[in-house]
Write a protein that binds this ligand. Structure first.
Ligand SMILES: C[S@@+](CC[C@H](N)C(=O)[O-])C[C@H]1O[C@@H](n2cnc3c(N)ncnc32)[C@H](O)[C@@H]1O
Length: 226
């Protein structure tokens, strides 16, 4: 029996269908950006600098459906009310998270995005999905927009530029409640860039128990033990 929820029924499911279809063009857009990215790496720019100078303003680069469904059920299992996301893009992952909050009964996803045009579109997409009241999109650099979070945080998604996963985690860590889950995307795609992050999470020295899940492009699943 299929249990009716915000992902398989109603406006959020329709908006997700449209956005995943639109994001399919990303692989071609990526190929077009490859020379600029390569130049950035030759010039020894950081990942953030290289991708910004390659101006990936139109790329969705979203999580997969499978990852979105995993985020949704994780947020439901935690009874999450306070979620933080690094890297909104056009709001695909934010919709999965906000849908879980709606189905949990209440809550807020605080998500942040560097590109103003993506912020504006994400807000429209969330409104169209009837989830506007469950998400706050903060425009700007996560290292500034995610300071001073107040509530105990239940769930975090890290999906911005890869060299910032650890600094952003350090910012949020004091707000995590024991048992909070931190999910980080692209562990397989950016194995080298994310090695320090994975080592930090898996060392057992930093308050986390962690494993890499073969979902999408590799999801690091970390539980904060306090
Ligand atoms: C992989 S995409 C996010 C995809 C999104 N989670 C989804 O599933 O639809 C990464 C996004 O992070 C944003 N970003 C990168 N560095 C950032 C920063 N320092 N602060 C805020 N956003 C940032 C980029 O502009 C880009 O849109």
């Amino acid at each position: 029996m299929t249990h009716e929820n915000s992902l398989n029924h109603g406006p959020a499911s329709r908006v997700l269908k449209r956005l995943h279809a639109a994001a399919k063009g990303d692989r071609l857009r990526f190929l077009g950006l490859a020379p600029k990215l390569a130049k950035g790496f030759i010039l020894r720019q950081s990942f953030s600098e290289a991708v910004t100078s390659a101006s990936m303003k139109e790329c969705y680069i979203p999580i997969s459906r499978e990852q979105g469904e995993f985020l949704y059920i994780t947020a439901r299992a935690l009874g999450a009310q306070n979620i933080v996301e690094f890297g909104t893009s056009f709001g695909i992952s934010t919709i999965y998270l906000a849908a879980a909050l709606k189905d949990n009964g209440e809550g807020l996803v605080i998500s942040t995005e560097l590109e103003p045009n993506k912020c504006a579109k994400a807000i429209l997409n969330l409104e169209e999905a009837d989830l506007g009241e469950y998400a706050e999109i903060r425009a700007g650099d996560a290292l500034e927009t995610l300071t001073g979070l107040s509530a105990p945080v239940d769930l975090v998604l890290l999906d911005g530029w890869k060299d910032l996963y650890l600094p952003v985690l350090e910012l949020i860590k004091p707000r995590l409640r024991p048992g909070a889950v931190v999910l980080a995307d692209n562990i397989f795609t950016f194995r080298k860039a994310l090695r320090p992050y994975v080592n930090y999470m898996q060392s057992g020295l930093n308050g986390f128990s962690s494993t890499t899940l073969a979902i999408g492009e590799g999801f690091e699943y970390s539980v904060y033990l306090g």
